[in-house]
Design a protein around this ligand. Sequence first.
Ligand SMILES: NC(=O)c1ccc[n+]([C@@H]2O[C@H](COP(=O)([O-])OP(=O)(O)OC[C@H]3O[C@@H](n4cnc5c(N)ncnc54)[C@H](O)[C@@H]3O)[C@@H](O)[C@H]2O)c1
Length: 376
Amino acid sequence: MRKINVALVGLGFGGAFAGIYKAHPNVGELTLCDTNPDVLKKTCDYIGGARAVESFEAVLADPAIDAVHLVTPIPLHADQTVAALEAGKHCACTVPMATSLEDIRRIVKAKRRSGKNYMMMETTLYTYQFFYAKRMKETGELGKIQFFRGSHYQDMAGWPDYWMGLPPMWYGTHAIAPMVALSGSRICRVNAFGSGSMDEALVRRYGNPFPVESALFEFESGVKGEATRSLFETARMYQEGMFVYGSKKSFEWGFCDGDAPVITTLHEPEGMGRGRATDCETTPMPNYYADLPEALWRFTVGGNYDPLNPQDSLKKGAGGGHHGSHAHLVHEFVMSCVEERKPWIDEHLGGNITAAGICAHESALRNGEPVIVPKF
Ligand SMILES: NC(=O)c1ccc[n+]([C@@H]2O[C@H](COP(=O)([O-])OP(=O)(O)OC[C@H]3O[C@@H](n4cnc5c(N)ncnc54)[C@H](O)[C@@H]3O)[C@@H](O)[C@H]2O)c1
């Protein structure tokens, strides 16, 4: 069996992936990297040992490392991705891919020059809910897709500095990605508005005045989708929601992030009455673990990984945060390198999802003017 050596860089949220790489049958040596020695040691202990390095430069300089997975702070994503590709390593990076169109272009160029893989590690595209809605589309249960909606409501008070005042749509990927993937097409245009106001201290860092942004996206296929993103001073239960409206059935995320989705059915017309009957059903999601190597099954269930308390996460059987997606992301990245093929969320798909959000923020700053989303 072909194996690759992987370095996981940034072990806050990134710590949730450490045990999965260690258990993956196609991963040889696992290197963990964090500039914080305490976090590095705790994570190594948590998974029962791994090679530990404290600098990203040491990862780049090591010819034995084939692939790098970055889970570092947002402002580092673009430069570190380009550096990893230029060092001749496959590179996966957590979301967002970048925060400017120019940086997405740099990544696409570096990827092309290197001939290595790039994957954006978008959790929403490997959730139980996404697999279920994808199956509804493929079996024809949804009928024609008429409209999409996406949401991501999360309060970021107290998060690290670089989050403070971040333009909401710069991190719109969780709300946008399922729409793009299910449309089977790319977003080509966006009109967006920003709404509300927030503490002046939050506005300064990025010159972003909005705690909430809402965007209407046009897909090349002609379908439209709306996404709303809130980050600050907005009272809403946490939700990374996906909503798909079909001509026969619709899929709507539950009110809270962990609630079961609601499937609505539009019945065939009966007699001459006004309007067709609908009914809806709250539907528990199956776990799509069977596509994974058996050693990864256990990582598709359990609560959220707590980076400040990894040992407790272990006791609770955690690792299945983000609705079972982590193990699927790792598997797709590793196998794309092993099988020498492109990963599904490559620089084109990841680039469109990320650029749509960047362009949405630009439109919001111009009070809803349409912005064309460039092709990558
Ligand atoms: N669902 C998702 O996809 C999801 C969820 C949470 C976070 N994220 C993304 O994951 C990233 C990390 O989130 P977080 O909450 O852990 O952030 P964080 O800032 O709390 O932690 C980042 C970690 O990276 C380490 N680090 C910083 N610079 C480094 C460097 N140069 N080399 C090596 N390590 C370095 C830090 O010491 C820290 O342990 C963010 O970019 C965020 O956007 C994605």
